[in-house]
Structures are given as structure tokens and as C-alpha cells.
Design a protein around this ligand. Structure first.
Ligand code: UD1
Length: 419
């Protein structure tokens, strides 16, 4: 059944909170370690379910990991190439990053199709097409992908869409391929720059991350080393949207405005008070905020799909109405029926949710359908009058470390009921 969160809503949030390392920065790096020979120290790591699942896969590959505080120690000296089975890939979508990384290292990989949050069809055709362009032979059979890269060659790949995962997979695959590989039309997320910085620190020669074109000059091998992961811009955004929704005055330490420009600019339109510093963001909301007319999700640097459900909760209690268009994942409005149960007024038509702000939300029994919808429900529960019970908290645990403790430290009344 999974754990539940019990929230007694209606309290404002006050104080300071620190953001940990980015989930979407750590996960591709945990695939990237298979390219390295030696010991790696990953600082600013976070203990979330997705990271634990990736560590389980690394164990299968005979890579040892142990954590001490927020540092993860990884040793790849005894690495071996193993078939990555369906039971493991279903637990974490990021398992697909291992396809490119293992191909780079061993030129051969067998891996089951990935699982992950059910927020859309989530095909991997762009990953496969890119690998094929570099000469990788791929056979798909009974839910498994079998790749052989014995004839792999550097070259040029144009992505049909700036997929984050495909960009990262191809970057990793090309690291140890002789010659120069150029990737065009790539994703520009800060986590891609983070992966480039990690790989370069371990000896790779990659440039261009953060722009439309990434260039990789193949090297013979990567070594170990120490690396610090960037702060999680989505967790930072979740905290900011929680304060904007519930009211209060909170400083989010470690939040980088340069990674969250679209969010900060939207929040400035709501009449909350937002102060941006080099290493933190402070948000103060002492009255009902104003709706934002139109919001649409798009690849970075535009507004992220991973903050759309949390933003929807803010819009659901703001003054006015808002049209929220989801352009990245087709099934990312699963939160809507749950929010409407709590008193929100939201109608979905195709890819747009029309949100009419209501004065109040009311506590209800609701269920998280995926990671970010779950985070949205936590915010809604903290805002609502009365008691809210959220089930399927395992989805929230994929990307937030002890979310109930984090929000309790800001004054929320939120408890976990273990299954
Ligand atoms: C990553 C993030 C996720 C975020 C998403 C979009 C990680 C671990 N996860 O997911 O949190 O929500 O970026 O910012 O970093 N697509 C295809 N074919 C492909 C690949 C993708 O059609 O081969 C489509 C997807 O279905 C989706 C869109 O492209 O509609 C974006 O997907 P992508 O950028 O690949 O997301 P992920 O890497 O899965």
C-alpha cells in the first residue's frame, strides 16, 4: 500500500531551508561512473528512492557505493558488464542512461526498457536513433534492448527534440569513442552542464553543454575523482511555490535564481515579495496572490514541466484565472481530479488546464499519481482547511528526501504514517 502523509493544513511557513543536490544531476552521474576507472566521491548527494534504485543497479555491475553524510563514495575497480533486468529498470527511469554509458565502456549492453513515473508514453526513440547514427546495432526483443557498438564511430547526431535523457546518454556514449562527435539540437538544462563538468573532471573532453550543440572529443579512459552536484532547482522551486501558496516568509538556501529564471519571473507577477541573492532566494507572501494568465511548459530555459503541478496548486488559490499548457508530458494533469476534490475549480481541455482561483481548499483523502503531482498535493494539503491524507507517498519519496521533515521545520503540521 505504501506510506501516507497526514497534514493538518492552514499554517503559514516561516524560516530557512536548504536545498540538497539535484536528483536529475545525480542520476545521470551515477550512470556516468561506469565510464570511470577508480574511486569517485560525489558530494551534495541526496538519499531519495531513485538514487537508492540506481545504487542497486550499480551493485549488480559490481560497483560498490556507500554514503557518509551527503557524500556518496563509489568504487568502480571491479566493474563487470551485466544484463540489466526488467525488475530493476522498472523501479527507476534513469536506468536508461546506463545504455549509453555501458556502451561507451564495454561496447555491448543488454537492458530492459525503463519504467518510471506514468506521466506519458515516454518513448526512447531519440536515444536509439542517436546511437544508431553513431553505428550502434540495436535489436529490441521481448521488452529488452540489445546493443552492439563494436563498429561505433564518432560523428554528427541531430536530435529530433531536445530530450534531456537522450542528450545525456549520447554524451556518455561518445566519451570513449575515438575522434570528434557533435550533438546538435540538444537539451540545455543545468543538469546537462553538471554532467559535462563531472565527466570532464574525470578526464573527458566535452564542451558546449548549456548551448544547442555539444562537442565530445573521445579519450582513452576516464579516472576517478571528487565532484559536487548542483543544487536541485525543482526542489527549490517546490519550496518557493509552497510558501507562495501557503503564505509566510522563507529563505531557500542554495537555491540558484539563474537555474530558475522562468519561475522567478512568474512569481514576480503574483505580487509576492521575492529577493534573489547569489546563493539563496527569499519569498514572502502575506496576502492572496494574483493569478498568472498563461503558463506553458517548455524545455529549459523556459518553465519546467517538473514544476507545473506545484504551480497549478498556487494558481488554484490565486485571485483570477490561469491557463496552464503542458507541452512536454501528455499525462501530467493527474493532479486535477484530486485538487478538485479539495475544492479547486479546474477544467482540462486537451493539453491545457483552465484554473479559476478559489478562496479556499479543504482537506480530503487524495492519492499521489507521480512524483511532482505528489509534491503538488503536499502543498495543497498544507494550504487546505482541515485534514488531508495523501496515499502513494512512495512517488514523492522518489525525488524528495523526507519531505514531511522539511516542511515541518518551516511550521507545517505534517506527519508520515508508515505502511
Ligand atoms: C528528464 C527529467 C525529468 C523531466 C524531463 C523534462 C531526469 C532523470 N529526468 O526526463 O524530471 O521532467 O527531463 O524536463 O533528468 N521523448 C521522446 N523520445 C525520446 C525521449 C524523449 O519522444 O527518445 C519525449 C518524451 O516523451 C517527452 C519529451 O520528449 O515528451 C521530453 O523527454 P526527456 O527530455 O527525454 O525527459 P527525460 O530525460 O525522460
Amino acid at each position: 500500500m505504501g506510506d501516507k502523509l497526514l497534514i493538518n493544513g492552514g499554517r503559514k511557513l516561516f524560516g530557512e531551508i536548504r536545498v540538497e543536490g539535484a536528483k536529475n544531476g545525480i542520476l545521470p552521474i551515477l550512470a556516468g561512473v561506469v565510464l570511470c576507472d577508480g574511486e569517485i566521491e560525489l558530494e551534495n548527494c541526496v538519499d531519495i528512492l531513485d538514487v537508492r534504485c540506481m545504487r542497486e543497479i550499480l551493485k549488480l555491475l559490481n560497483i560498490s557505493t556507500f554514503d557518509f553524510g551527503s557524500t556518496l563514495y563509489i568504487n568502480t575497480k571491479n566493474i563487470k558488464n551485466e544484463k540489466i533486468t526488467h525488475d530493476l529498470t522498472q523501479k527507476v527511469r534513469a536506468s536508461i542512461f546506463l545504455m549509453g554509458a555501458l556502451l561507451g565502456r564495454f561496447r555491448k549492453v543488454s537492458i530492459a526498457f525503463p519504467g518510471g513515473c506514468k506521466i506519458g508514453a515516454r518513448p526512447i526513440d531519440i536515444h536509439l536513433k542517436g546511437l544508431k547514427t553513431l553505428g550502434v546495432k540495436i535489436v529490441e526483443r521481448h521488452g529488452y534492448i540489445y546493443c552492439n557498438a563494436s563498429d561505433i564511430k564518432s560523428g554528427e547526431v541531430v536530435l529530433d527534440f531536445p530530450s534531456v535523457g537522450a542528450t545525456e546518454s549520447l554524451m556518455m556514449c561518445a566519451c570513449l569513442v575515438k575522434g570528434k562527435t557533435k550533438l546538435f539540437g540538444v537539451a540545455k538544462e543545468p543538469e546537462i552542464v553538471c554532467l559535462q563538468d563531472f565527466l570532464n573532471k574525470m578526464g573527458a573532453k566535452i564542451s558546449g553543454a548549456g548551448t544547442d550543440c555539444i562537442e565530445i572529443v573521445g579519450v582513452k579512459k576516464l579516472h576517478g575523482g571528487r565532484f559536487k552536484v548542483i543544487p536541485d532547482r525543482i526542489v527549490a522551486g517546490t519550496y518557493l511555490l509552497a510558501v507562495a501558496t501557503c503564505g509566510g516568509d522563507v529563505t531557500v538556501k542554495g537555491a540558484l535564481a539563474k537555474h530558475n529564471e522562468a519561475l522567478v519571473s512568474f512569481l514576480k507577477q503574483t505580487a509576492c515579495k521575492i529577493d534573489v541573492f547569489s546563493d539563496r532566494i527569499r519569498l514572502k507572501a502575506d496576502k492572496r496572490l494574483l493569478s498568472i494568465d498563461k503558463i506553458q511548459t517548455l524545455p529549459y530555459p523556459f518553465f519546467p514541466t517538473d514544476l507545473q503541478p506545484q504551480m497549478m496548486v498556487l494558481q488554484s488559490v490565486s485571485e483570477g484565472s490561469s491557463a496552464i499548457q503542458e507541452n512536454i508530458f501528455e499525462s501530467r494533469f493527474a493532479l486535477v481530479p484530486e485538487l478538485n476534490k479539495m475544492g479547486a475549480n479546474i477544467v482540462v481541455k486537451d493539453r491545457t488546464a483552465f484554473v479559476k482561483g478559489v478562496e479556499k481548499l479543504y482537506g480530503a483523502d487524495v492519492s499521489a499519481s507521480d512524483l511532482r503531482a505528489g509534491a503538488g498535493l503536499v502543498i495543497a494539503g498544507m494550504k487546505a482547511e482541515g485534514y488531508t491524507t495523501i496515499s502513494n507517498v512512495q512517488y514523492v519519496d522518489r525525488g524528495y528526501e523526507e519531505i514531511e521533515k522539511k516542511f515541518s521545520s518551516l511550521g507545517a503540521d505534517i506527519k508520515r504514517k508508515k505502511d
